[in-house]
Design a protein around this ligand. Structure first.
Ligand SMILES: Cc1ncc(C[n+]2csc(CCOP(=O)(O)OP(=O)(O)O)c2C)c(N)n1
Length: 645
């Protein structure tokens, strides 16, 4: 009998015998593999958490008990077990299931997920709230007891955070740990340690965790001691919790290091095999009612159960479509014939520039493969720095390097750069340090949805003094802007560009500078209207103007800051209607900048602003979303016609 099909919700899972859980895990794993083969998404991480997911929903009383997933890219099993199996084939598609857990979608999803390292803080907030509720209940109960002599036994809510070793490198996670150690709470943190982020986990935390589970002397002694204590009758299953902690003391002695978590007053258990579902259930049952904050450290394998993914978890983090039987990835595109991806142009150009400028260093918060820095990393490992999931630190670290004469290119995905706002202002912009920020995945990113669209960078960066903000219309412009940004005399320089491919198969143009703060006139016109664009959406505008047959001027502004005032003056003098187009929020971006400038200089053209609306944009393919948002060719043609009629 297929057990997975009998499970709509965790309450159905909880009807099964413990011995049946390995079968549920096997079916769940197969289900994920076959669904993802056809409808791609985050793959390897969810395979690694199958047993954990089943054990958690088996032991805890979800949704009353809270599971807080970090990032949520490992939570496909959780979705499937919590009422969404039938819709799972729509995962990440327009109108379908959301890419990451979201309370809007299910009561089993406890918070918005997508950006890493927040789970401990969220879970701590919930656990502390529960403590406060408990106390309030206790007081009320005390008063009622006096009156009625009765006592109800209300269940307290359990709160569990699930965080990967990669996400544990984020500063926010440490802020949570620090606070957890001093604020009364009964939270359980599960550390899902697979020694991987998207790329290999980096830094001291990874090494520390590694040491925690590789002391073979300790492991040997632990087993021997446990057997001995069982024989003497000192240890039984009930008492095992206490002994687990005793183990930590032995471990500290043997590895000659204190347990960091115990040092923070967080009871530490493990490391345990995260793929033994039966043992996992037993351990969770043992520790779930213990008071105070606690951590269970699990050792798991990213991609578990699918050999190619186990072998290369980085590629299989989000592999696209594949053959579930052979493991062959299906790549319909003929890479060689297509224009390059912006990330590859960034990576190749930086390497090229670094070869002739020894000051150049590349910095990424945990995205070397995603942002293309891996290209330079291969040839110049000593000049590239993967600093972990630590966007704020990446910026401030860059500031320190710039202060000492290096020229950091700090590459951050646009939406993750939101984490580093004050670092950009306080540590870089105020001192006008020469740091080049390359914001990849700017604009609509597609299937990763509202948490990942690079919607806000133009708007939130524009008010910051000393910043230069640019966006290339194509990949040759990206090269030129990178080269320009590296010139002496520049200060903090932001270059934002989108996910995906450019427009030229031949992209290796000579490295030349462009004048800072200067745009380009792409098309002159005698008509009343002018289109002003920034970034690659300009290419869509070129086609739209062409096809509309209208006599409309077009300027690629190229820089949001400083604005090209010569262009704006020319436009104000020649045209009475302006259409601004950007792949960023309408509020605060290019359109706002143009409006403000026109107003401040006494011009009153009719200005129509196209861009992202004042609501969070959901998931879908980039072309579907651009269509819905009015940023595709046909909708731009409509807007041009409406504005000029
Ligand atoms: C703030 C932030 N930075 C970067 C990312 C991109 N990202 C998504 S998953 C991931 C790796 C997470 O590693 P880990 O927590 O160990 O989970 P695993 O995939 O190994 O299970 C990264 C860097 C993100 N989601 N959020």
């Amino acid at each position: 009998m297929n057990l997975l099909e009998t499970i709509q919700y965790p309450k159905d899972l909880r009807q099964l015998d413990l011995e049946q859980l390995p079968q549920v895990c096997e079916e769940l794993r197969n289900y994920i593999i076959h669904e993802l083969a056809d409808n791609p998404g985050h793959f390897a991480s969810s395979l690694g958490t199958v047993e954990l997911t089943v054990a958690l929903h088996y032991v805890f009383d979800t949704p009353d008990d809270r599971i807080v997933w970090d990032v949520g890219h490992q939570a496909y099993g959780h979705k499937i077990l919590t009422g969404r199996r039938q819709q799972f084939h729509t995962n990440r598609q327009l109108g379908g299931l959301k890419p990451f857990p979201s309370p809007e979608e299910s009561e089993y999803d406890t918070c918005t997920c997508g950006h890493a390292s927040n789970s401990i803080s969220v879970a701590l907030g919930m656990a502390v709230a529960e403590k406060m509720r408990e106390e309030a209940r206790g007081k009320e109960q005390g008063a009622r007891d006096k009156e009625q002599g009765a006592r109800e036994n209300e269940e307290t809510r359990k709160v569990v955070a699930v965080i990967g070793d990669g996400s544990l490198t984020g500063g926010l996670a440490f802020e949570g740990l620090n606070n957890a150690s001093s604020t009364p709470n009964d939270m359980l943190i599960i550390l899902n340690d697979n020694d991987m982020s998207i790329d290999r986990s980096v830094g001291g935390v990874g090494e520390y965790l590694h040491k925690l589970h590789t002391s073979s002397t300790y492991n040997h002694l632990r087993d021997k001691t446990a057997k001995m204590l069982y024989r003497w009758g000192v240890l039984n299953d009930d008492r095992k919790g206490r002994v687990l902690r005793f183990n930590n003391a032995i471990k500290s002695l043997l590895t000659n290091q204190h347990n960091m978590f115990e040092g923070l007053n967080i009871r530490y258990f493990g490391p345990e095999d995260g793929h033994n579902v039966v043992e996992l259930v037993k351990t969770l049952r043992r520790i779930k009612d213990m008071k105070g904050p606690k951590m269970l450290h699990l050792h798991t394998i990213k991609g578990k159960g699918f050999e190619p993914a186990e072998r290369d978890a980085t590629i299989w983090h989000a592999p696209g479509k594949f053959d579930p039987e052979t493991g062959e990835r299906l790549r319909p595109e003929q890479d060689a014939l297509l224009p390059p991806r912006y990330q590859d142009v960034f990576g190749n150009t930086l390497l090229e520039m670094a070869k002739s400028d020894p000051r150049i260093v590349g910095i990424t918060p945990a995205m070397p493969s995603g942002c293309g820095l891996c290209i330079m990393q291969k040839e110049m490992p000593e000049r590239t720095f993967d600093v972990g999931i630590a966007e704020g630190h990446a910026v401030t670290f860059s500031a320190g390097m710039a202060k000492e004469g290096m020229l950091p290119f700090c590459n951050i995905y646009s939406s993750f750069s939101q984490r580093a706002y004050d670092n950009i202002i306080h540590d870089v912009a105020i001192s006008r340090l020469h740091v080049v920020f390359c914001l990849d995945r700017a604009g609509i990113v597609g299937e990763d949805g509202s948490t990942h669209h690079g919607a806000f960078d133009l708007a939130f960066l524009r008010p910051i003094p000393n910043l230069t903000i640019a966006s290339p219309m194509d990949e040759t412009e990206l090269r030129r802007l990178m080269f320009t940004a590296a010139q002496d005399g520049q200060g903090p320089f932001v270059i934002r560009y989108p996910r995906g491919r450019g427009v030229h198969a031949q992209w290796r143009c000579p490295l030349e500078t462009v004048p800072v703060g200067k745009g380009r006139k792409l098309r002159e016109a005698g008509g009343s209207a002018a289109v002003l664009t920034i970034g690659p959406v300009g290419n869509v505008a070129v086609q739209a103007i062409e096809e509309s047959g209208l006599d409309i001027a077009h300027y690629d502004m190229r820089f949001l800051k400083p604005l090209d005032e010569d262009i704006l003056t020319e436009v104000a003098q020649r045209h009475s209607r302006i259409i601004t187009i950007e792949d960023g929020t309408i509020e605060g971006g290019l359109g706002s900048a143009v409006l403000e400038w026109m107003n401040d200089h006494g011009h009153t053209p009719h200005i129509v602003r196209l861009g992202l609306p004042d609501h969070f944009v959901e998931h879908g393919t980039p072309s579907q979303l651009h269509h819905l948002l009015g940023l595709d060719k046909d909708n731009i043609i409509k807007a041009l016609k409406n504005t000029t009629s």
